[in-house]
Ligand binder design. Sequence first.
Ligand SMILES: CC(C)(COP(=O)(O)OP(=O)(O)OC[C@H]1O[C@@H](n2cnc3c(N)ncnc32)[C@H](O)[C@@H]1OP(=O)(O)O)[C@@H](O)C(=O)NCCC(=O)NCCS
Length: 308
Amino acid sequence: MNICHPNTPTLISQRDSLLKKTMRPDPLPYDIADEYPIVLNSKNSSFSHCMMESNKIVAHANLWPRELQLQQKRIGIGLIGNVASHPDYRGQGHIKTLITHLTTEAKRQQLAALILWSDLTQFYQKLGFSSVGNEYRITINADAIKNFSQASRQFLPTKPEDLTSKELNQMLQLRQTNSTNTLHRSCEEFATLLTTPDCKLLCQYDKAEVTGFAIIGKGYDMVAVIHEWGLSGINDIKQAVYDCRELLDSPSITLLSPGVVDEKWLEEFTRASAIIERHPMALANIIESSLIDKESLDQCFIWGLDSI
Ligand SMILES: CC(C)(COP(=O)(O)OP(=O)(O)OC[C@H]1O[C@@H](n2cnc3c(N)ncnc32)[C@H](O)[C@@H]1OP(=O)(O)O)[C@@H](O)C(=O)NCCC(=O)NCCS
């Protein structure tokens, strides 16, 4: 078994073409690496793990060490993503071996747990992962959204490159009020993640202060999904949904939210005939049970820009 980081331009382009071929069936106007501006950045090749056979990448996975803000503590965890094997090399146990390798690597880095997002629940269960946390997916159609107008101050499209670190910090603070147990993210990381193609940021201002924001879209994923927000009441939420729909002109908007929300918000969306679904937030494998337990992970929510 030979697992390495893609630390040459040739290996990086081989990795990106494997991921594009296996994960992006439709042609896209941007490269897959642009969709993951941190973990697939050529400067961060240590986050990429490639399984090699005769100088060819046969399988790939990212491991991104992050810090989970849990009550007053910060705990190291690893995010796994961009898991794929070459179509000619499937069913040979390469992904199993790679995930086992990442578990060993995470132990070496003293990470408490591994977290990933996948529909292949059974596959990952066999590797020790189980569902954690909860999230709401609230889908509202365009007709109902029309009645959301003028609920509060407007949310306007904002260019990420124009944001100051004060504004980015204000957004991180606003987001924190909706979910305290989440990943720590620096302003620099936030600014980089906002460069993801097809990711739109809408901000609400009171004079020079950011008072609310919503982020919709993220590359190939999360089309018409508000996956990250800092909104302080139902009127702001309705207005943000309204302004996002106006911007995208989409037939519906989905709002992704932590699994614990004000009952009144849900009542309001029920009145608007929204489809309200509650799902597990992610799959996790606890590596160091003295550092974290399932109950703590269940209280966490990871926002869209962090999921890989
Ligand atoms: C899903 C994928 C990564 C599996 O790769 P692989 O190289 O076949 O995986 P392995 O050989 O290590 O694992 C084989 C095991 O996974 C199971 N498996 C493979 N693909 C599966 C799928 N789509 N759904 C459920 N189980 C699957 C096999 O049944 C086998 O189980 P077993 O050990 O009990 O026999 C690969 O098909 C792929 O790259 N798909 C496209 C990209 C993708 O969907 N990535 C997943 C994102 S999380």
